[in-house]
Design a protein around this ligand. Structure first.
Ligand code: PLP
Length: 394
């Protein structure tokens, strides 16, 4: 690399000529429209199935710029990780292929560590610590990413069961933050038990930004490994996530990852685009005026609530989920029998209408029409307000 860097300017220009930027016209193609794929107003939130979030133009610009240069992928990984660690007050950090991959990497770090033979073997964990303890109420689909590293999930419900479950095969203890209210053992006690036993802890905090403080809150609580989605509230690339932790474990996670070929997470590639995009998105997120953005979300809720409640019998309420996606959402209710319209039917009409609008999937039997405003574009709130009023008054 040093030799290449010393090449005369003319030589460098000649070398890059064969790999010039694509023609401007290509950059402007609207492939989603070309293919006839329906564009949707996102009145739901950071749902992967709806493409979740939009990167900021500054993030996209940095990705386009990164495209211009080859570099050593590990060197860039190191530099980005160092910068991110500093920003989020962690000892070390890395960019993963989404939060799900961060969960696999964290588990692999605890099971195989830096041992080349073990790294090669997993998900076959013969001769390794391969039990991950988790509260039964914390089991959810995303724990598949933990199982991918070859561990067996050991379910516990009470403190006594947790104490009894820890043994010489325990590789780590896992906490799914979104399920905290459902479990008997909460953050502090969970970490305390793990520390006393010398077992590393992992917390899945995928959808727990905002608030911004959560980026360091779990590390400060004593969790060893903390995983976030890059493409939810942080608005980085959809294919990016963050794993924070101590140097030893992050170094181990890196060894279980791309560009190393014979590893469990070689199938979860991140390249310079995700690395650069994630870093820039995080910097922009930290720099933004969080209060002003919160006020804007509340204003969007108010716009839609005003139009909806102008319809006879419709009531509105703004709510902020206690954990995960903790931002203002709008809940609309009415007498479903009297109107002959159920919330899920109203949601379907909005989705089938013009323009197509996706509202929040009825989570936890909400029995209401729930609208997430935080991933909308400017002006979407007025369109949603009009369409919601139309559907509810029909
Ligand atoms: C979204 C989510 C994930 C997966 O995150 P990706 O960044 O999409 O991989 C994992 N756990 C929870 C709780 C989530 O909400």
């Amino acid at each position: 690399m040093k030799t290449l860097g010393a090449l005369p300017v003319a030589g460098t220009a000649a070398a890059s000529a064969g790999c010039a930027s694509p023609p401007a016209a290509a950059a402007g193609r609207d492939v989603i429209a070309e293919l006839g794929v329906t564009k949707i107003i996102n009145a739901a939130g950071t749902y992967t199935a709806l493409t979740a979030s939009k990167m900021r133009p500054e993030t996209m610009a940095a990705i386009v710029q990164a495209r211009e240069s080859y570099c050593d992928l590990n060197e860039l990984h190191d530099a980005v990780g160092k910068r991110i660690a500093k920003l989020v007050k962690a000892e070390a950090a890395m960019v993963s292929a989404g939060c799900a991959s961060a969960l696999t990497l964290a588990t692999a770090a605890c099971v195989a560590g830096k041992d080349p033979e073990k790294i090669r073997m997993i998900p076959n964990t013969e001769g390794m610590k391969d039990e991950a303890i988790i509260q039964k109420s914390h089991r959810l689909g995303y724990d598949h990413a933990i199982r991918n590293a070859g561990v067996k999930l050991i379910e516990v419900e009470t403190r006594a069961e947790l104490d009894a479950a820890i043994n010489e095969k325990t590789a780590l203890m896992v906490f799914m933050n979104t399920r905290d209210l459902d479990g008997e053992i909460h953050h502090e006690e969970f970490v305390e038990v793990a520390k006393a036993a010398g077992v590393p802890t992992l917390i899945d905090a995928a959808a727990d930004v905002p608030p911004v403080e959560n980026l360091w809150r779990f590390t400060e609580m004593g969790f060893d490994l903390v995983a976030f989605s890059g493409g939810k509230g942080l608005r980085g690339p959809q294919s990016a996530g963050l794993l924070l932790g101590p140097n030893e474990l992050i170094e181990a996670a890196r060894l279980n990852n791309v560009p190393n070929g014979d590893t469990v997470c070689r199938s979860n590639k991140v390249n310079k685009e995700e690395l650069v995009g994630m870093l820039v998105a995080l910097e922009l997120y930290l720099d933004q005026d969080h209060d002003a953005i919160w006020a804007d979300w509340e204003a969007r809720c108010a716009t839609i609530a005003e139009a909806a409640t102008a319809v006879d019998g419709v009531e509105s309420e703004v709510f902020v989920p206690e954990i995960a996606n903790a931002v203002p959402h709008l809940r609309l209710t009415w007498d479903y029998d009297a109107k002959g319209l159920r919330p899920e039917e109203a949601a379907q009409q909005l989705r089938d209408g013009e323009p197509s609008i996706a509202v929040r999937p009825g989570s936890q039997g909400a029995n209401a029409l729930e609208i997430g405003v935080w991933m909308m574009d400017d002006g979407d709130d007025a369109v949603v307000a009009r369409r919601v009023a139309e559907v509810l008054s029909a």
